[in-house]
Design a protein around this ligand. Structure first.
Ligand SMILES: NC(=O)c1ccc[n+]([C@@H]2O[C@H](COP(=O)([O-])OP(=O)(O)OC[C@H]3O[C@@H](n4cnc5c(N)ncnc54)[C@H](O)[C@@H]3O)[C@@H](O)[C@H]2O)c1
Length: 433
């Protein structure tokens, strides 16, 4: 049974965008999963995956549904926020062991109804406000979803005696790592530097407390940046792929020097599969990639994928523009993934291969998967409820100083009236002064 997947949305008005309209784009797309397979766990039967219509979770939803058709029933629980798409899981609608359940993690009744109805024993908690840029403009919305929403899930998991609660966190909770610092172990101190990362760190504190106070069986996972097909084009790789596909230049924040480590989504799905089957309750696992790439280098690699000449400074300037940086932009993150590798997981997809597959997917499907994405492709789009609007940020041919020097960079961050709490629409915006 597929919940509301083929019907009208329930509950309050979710905005104008109709997530249930099906234009069939998913029918031509490859069905992408991870590659690992383990002996099914005898005490796991019904798995709820929050945020299942979003990017990373949809990979795990497809992977578990298709890899363990007789062992596990998978319930994708998602409120269908602006960045989600039912196209991410429509290919599963005819599978006996898959259900989509529309609901909001900040609503205790909706969470309890799902757990009770599907007799859930295991929870993978991915649902979150995940875009750092937006968290500078409306941090209340991030606290509400990422902290309060996690609290609701924990409390409900306790009430229904959930057997495994796997909480998805991020490498950003550790904060910035200097170029010559060692990679961080799971025992490192949490020192988040932006409101998104702080909300994820705060959520972890609640998870930890439920483990200690109530013996809730939890595992925490802190992953590097994940990329690949199905990622909403607000994040750098899909956004720049869609822009270049439109023959439009990309716009870097600041000077393009920050680096990120990138893990292909198929490898991330394998990491979560490994943690479900081999991970120890009460533990924290970093998920680390070997590929660290600066935003500038990423531009060159993408231009090469699109066959666009970019070797001379003039050619490069034609395709790579700049705008002000985030109010604060961590230079790099670096986690040590040895503990997870000791469970048998390893990164299989090189950045070169993963980027090729990703670009190819966005060329074919990027323009249709989420409906009209024109407004998402501006440097700092504005999100109101489930609608996205372009910003009007000034763009330059030259790198912008990082952290607060230039007039382009000097900004006032403002929350536009509503704050996403108690079901009000959320506006995420950053206003130049
Ligand atoms: N993307 C990355 O590189 C990355 C890296 C490390 C960790 N993470 C973490 O992984 C998780 C998933 O990230 P993603 O990039 O796939 O996110 P995403 O933004 O693509 O998806 C988030 C999903 O959560 C849903 N959601 C949001 N609020 C909800 C609510 N109140 N109730 C129910 N559903 C809700 C959205 O509709 C969406 O489908 C997040 O917890 C994020 O912090 C992401």
């Amino acid at each position: 049974m597929n919940g509301h997947a083929n019907g009208a949305p329930n509950g309050a008005d979710r905005g104008r965008k109709n997530f249930f309209e099906d234009f069939g784009v998913w029918k031509d797309a490859p069905i992408l999963t991870g590659t690992t397979k383990f002996e099914p766990l005898p005490d796991v039967k019904n798995i709820m995956i929050t945020g299942g219509a979003g990017f990373i979770a949809c990979w795990l939803v497809r992977h578990l549904t298709l890899t363990y058709p007789h062992a596990y029933n998978i319930v994708s629980f998602d409120k269908l926020d602006y960045c989600s798409s039912l196209n991410n899981t429509r290919m599963l609608n005819d599978k006996r062991n898959f259900t989509f359940h529309q609901g909001d993690i900040t609503n205790p009744a909706e969470v309890a109804a799902c757990i009770e109805r599907h007799n859930i024993d295991t929870i993978f908690h991915f649902a979150a406000q995940s875009h750092v840029d937006l968290s500078f403009g409306n941090s209340y919305g991030f606290t509400h979803t990422n902290v309060y929403g996690t609290h609701v899930l924990l409390e409900t998991a306790k009430k229904f005696h959930i057997k495994r609660f796997i909480h998805i966190s991020t490498d950003e909770v550790y904060g910035e790592v200097k170029d010559d610092d060692d990679d961080l172990l799971e025992t490192s101190i949490l020192a988040p530097t932006n409101p998104y990362a702080a909300s994820k760190a705060a959520a972890e504190m609640l998870v930890h407390s439920y483990q200690k106070s109530f013996k809730l069986p939890v595992i925490i996972v802190r992953s590097n940046n994940v990329y690949g097909p199905h990622q909403y084009p607000e994040k750098i790789i899909p956004k720049f792929s869609c822009l270049l596909n439109r023959k439009q230049p990309v716009v870097l924040h600041g000077d393009g020097s920050p680096t990120r480590r990138y893990l292909y989504a198929g490898d991330a799905a394998d990491a979560f599969d490994t943690i479900l089957h081999k991970g120890q309750l009460g533990q924290v696992y970093n998920v680390g990639s070997y590929d660290e790439v600066s935003n500038l280098t990423l531009c060159s690699k993408l231009l090469a994928e699109f066959g666009i000449p970019h070797e001379t400074p003039e050619e490069f300037r034609k395709w790579v523009k700049y705008t002000h940086d985030r109010p604060f932009n961590d230079h790099r993150y670096a986690v040590d993934g040895t503990k997870l590798r000791q469970l048998g997981w390893d990164q299989k997809t090189s950045f070169a291969d993963g980027l090729k597959m990703t670009v190819e997917w966005y060329r074919r499907f990027g323009e249709q998967w989420w409906g009209d994405i024109s407004h998402v492709l501006s440097p700092f789009p504005i999100v109101q409820g489930v609608e996205v609007h372009s910003d009007k940020e000034p763009i330059s041919d030259h790198p912008q100083p990082i952290e607060g020097q230039s007039s382009l960079k000097k900004r006032k961050l403002e929350t536009n009236g509503t704050n996403g709490v108690n079901g009000h629409a959320t506006t995420y915006t950053a206003i130049p002064v």
